[in-house]
Design a protein around this ligand. Structure first.
Ligand SMILES: Nc1ncnc2c1ncn2[C@@H]1O[C@H](COP(=O)(O)OP(=O)(O)O)[C@@H](O)[C@H]1O
Ligand SMILES: [Mg+2]
Length: 521
C-alpha cells in the first residue's frame, strides 16, 4: 500500500541550522574540538536545505523521494537531539566558567567527553553525507528563501598554491598581524592594507593568507569581496552575505542588508578581504567600517590596493608595501611557465636560460609580466630566434626611458604578448573587452559567444566547439585568463590589467557600457 504520509522537513532543518550557527560561535565548541565538525555539518545541511522544499513538493508522485525524505527526517531528529544536548552542555560549561569552578587542566573524564562528542557528530555527519549524495539522483531544484543558490559574479579567493613562488616572508609578516592579539583595536576593526602596483601579486598574497589553515582555525567567519573601482556599499554588503550563506539575494535595500549582516556578524571573529579597493573617499568607507566594528575583538580586514592613499583612508595598521618578486623567484616562475612539460638538451637549456634570464630581468619583478612572457614563449623551445626577438624587442627600451625602475610599463609588456598572438586569437581575446571588469565566465560560455561571432574556424576533423576550446586553452596558457575552482568547477576571469589591455586594443570597434554608469553616445 502506498505510504499516505507527507513529509514536511524544512522547518526542522532550519532549526538545526540555527543551532549549528549558534554552537559554532560558542567557546565550548572550540575547547571541545567539535567546532570543525559542526561547521562541516552546517555546510552539508545547507546544501540539503536548499533542495528540501522541492523534494517536499514532488514527493506525492515519487516514492523514492518520499523514502529519501523519511531518511532525512530520522537523521534530522537525531541531529536535533544531539545538538540540543550540546547546547545544554555549552550553557552549563559557560556557567561553570563564570563561577570559576572549571578545572584548568584536562581531566580524564573531559578528554573522553571530547572524544565522545566529536564521535557523535561525526556519525551524524556521515549520515547526512550519504543522504546528500542520494539527493543527486533526484535532480531537485535548488531554492532557498525564494532565491537561487548563488553563482558568484565576482570571486577570487581560490589559489593554486603549487603555482605560487616565494612571498613566504610577506605572508608570515601579515599572518602575525592577523593572528596576534597585540594588534586588536579597542573600538575600531583592524584594517591591514597591502599596497603595490598592478600585477605585483597583492591578490595572490591575500589568497595565500585567506586559504591558510591557521586562518581557518583562528577566524569564525571568512568573507572575500572583490571591490574593483566602484566602492558600492550595497554590492559589498550583498557579496559579504552571499559569501557566507551561498544564497543569492533578491533586491534588498542597503538597510536590510546591513541588518542581515549585523545579525550574522555580531560577536563573530571574522576575516574580511576587500580585494582591489580604489576609493579615496572616506565617506564611502565609513558606513561599512561602522558595521564591521560590531564583530568580535580580533576581527580583521585585509585590503589590497594600488592606490597608496588607501592606506591612510581605510588602514588602521601600518601598510604592507609589497615589493617586487625577487629575481630568482621570477626566474623560477618563468621557467615553470615557459618550459612546462618539455625536456631539453643541456646545450639548448643553456642557450634558452641565458636569453630567458635576460628577459626576466626586464620584467622587473612583476609576476604578471613574467607569466605573460613565459606563456608567450611556451611551446617555442625549438625557436631560439623567437626568444631572441622578444629579448631585443624595442618595448623594453621604451619602458626604460619613460618610467625607470619604479614604474615598469606593464601594459606595454602585456601588449608584447598580445602582438605575438596569431590573428584568430587576437580577435577572440579582444572580444573579451565586452565583459565587465572581474567578470566570471565559463569556458564553454565564451566558446559559444565566439562561435556566434563566427570567430572559430574548425580545424580538420574537429567540431567547431573543439577548436574553440583549443583557442581558449591557448589564451589561458598565455595568462590572458585566470582560473578559479568553485565547487569542483573551473571558472575563469581576466586580471584587471589584462582587461585594460583588451579594452585598449578593441576600442573603438567594441565598447563596454556599464549599466550603473551614464554613457554618452
Ligand atoms: N608569487 C607568485 N608566484 C606565482 N605567480 C604569481 C605570484 N604573484 C602573482 N602571481 C601571478 O601574477 C598575476 C598577477 O598577480 P595578482 O596577485 O593578481 O596581482 P595584483 O593583485 O597585485 O594585481 C596572477 O596571474 C598571479 O597568479
Ligand atoms: Mg589584484
Amino acid at each position: 500500500m502506498a505510504d499516505p504520509t507527507s513529509y514536511v522537513i524544512k522547518p526542522v532543518v532550519d532549526i538545526i541550522l540555527k543551532s549549528t550557527t549558534k554552537l559554532i560561535r560558542e567557546e565550548f565548541s572550540r575547547v571541545h574540538g567539535i567546532k570543525k565538525v559542526i561547521k562541516d555539518l552546517e555546510s552539508k545541511l545547507t546544501s540539503i536545505q536548499s533542495v528540501v522544499e522541492d523534494a517536499e513538493n514532488k514527493q506525492v508522485n515519487e516514492p523514492h523521494l518520499k523514502d529519501w525524505l523519511r531518511k532525512l527526517q530520522n537523521a534530522a531528529s537525531d541531529a536535533e537531539d544531539i545538538l540540543d544536548a550540546f547546547t545544554t552542555e555549552a550553557y552549563l560549561w559557560k556557567q561553570r566558567q563564570k563561577e570559576h569552578k572549571f578545572p584548568t587542566t584536562l581531566s580524564i573524564s573531559r578528554t573522553s567527553y571530547k572524544r565522545d562528542a566529536a564521535h557523535k557528530i561525526e556519525k551524524i555527519l556521515e549520515r547526512f553525507n550519504r543522504i546528500a549524495k542520494e539527493k543527486e539522483a533526484f535532480h531537485l531544484n535548488i531554492k532557498v528563501n525564494g532565491g537561487d543558490i548563488v553563482s558568484p559574479n565576482y570571486t577570487g579567493y581560490f589559489v593554486d598554491k603549487s603555482g605560487v613562488v616565494g612571498r613566504e616572508d610577506d605572508k608570515e609578516r601579515i599572518m602575525h598581524v592577523l593572528l596576534s592579539n597585540e594588534f586588536d583595536k579597542e573600538r575600531d576593526v583592524s584594517v591591514i592594507p597591502i599596497i603595490g602596483m598592478g600585477g605585483l601579486g597583492k591578490t595572490t598574497l591575500a589568497q595565500l593568507l585567506f586559504n591558510d589553515e591557521r586562518v581557518n582555525e583562528h577566524f569564525e567567519a571568512k568573507m572575500w569581496v572583490c571591490v574593483i573601482v566602484q566602492f558600492d556599499l550595497t554590492r559589498i554588503l550583498k557579496e559579504m552575505i552571499q559569501f557566507h550563506s551561498k544564497m543569492k539575494l533578491d533586491d534588498s535595500s542597503t538597510s536590510d542588508l546591513q541588518s542581515r549582516l549585523l545579525e550574522y556578524m555580531v560577536g563573530q571573529c571574522f576575516l574580511l578581504v576587500l580585494d582591489d579597493v580604489w576609493t579615496e573617499d572616506y565617506l564611502k568607507w565609513e558606513p561599512l567600517k561602522d558595521l564591521l566594528k560590531q564583530g568580535a575583538k580580533g576581527s580583521r580586514v585585509l585590503v589590497t590596493s594600488r592606490i597608496t592613499k588607501v592606506k591612510d583612508i581605510i588602514g588602521t595598521q601600518p601598510p604592507h608595501l609589497l615589493g617586487y618578486l625577487p629575481g630568482e623567484e621570477c626566474w623560477s616562475l618563468f621557467a615553470k611557465t615557459a618550459f612546462q612539460g618539455v625536456s631539453l638538451s643541456s646545450q639548448r637549456q643553456e642557450v634558452l636560460e641565458d636569453i630567458g634570464r635576460e628577459i626576466v630581468r626586464k620584467c622587473k619583478g612583476l609576476p604578471l609580466a613574467v607569466k605573460a612572457i613565459g606563456g608567450l614563449l611556451r611551446g617555442c623551445v625549438d625557436d631560439v630566434n623567437k626568444w631572441r626577438k622578444i629579448q631585443s624587442s624595442e618595448i623594453w627600451e621604451i619602458e626604460e626611458e619613460n618610467s625607470g625602475y619604479d614604474k615598469p610599463k606593464i601594459l606595454a609588456i602585456l601588449k608584447l604578448s598580445y602582438d605575438h598572438l596569431p590573428s584568430h586569437l587576437k580577435r577572440c581575446f579582444s572580444y573579451c573587452s565586452l565583459f565587465p571588469k572581474a567578470y566570471i565566465f565559463h569556458k564553454e560560455e565564451l566558446v559559444k559567444l565566439w562561435l556566434a561571432q563566427r570567430f572559430i574556424q574548425a580545424r580538420e576533423q574537429e567540431k567547431e566547439e573543439e577548436t574553440g576550446i583549443k583557442y581558449f586553452d591557448e589564451l589561458f596558457v598565455r595568462s590572458f585568463f585566470q582560473v578559479s575552482v568553485i565547487d569542483n568547477k573551473e571558472i575563469f576571469n581576466m586580471h584587471d590589467l589584462i582587461h585594460d589591455l583588451a579594452l585598449s586594443i578593441s576600442s573603438p570597434s567594441c565598447c563596454l557600457i556599464n549599466d550603473n554608469e551614464p554613457y554618452n553616445f
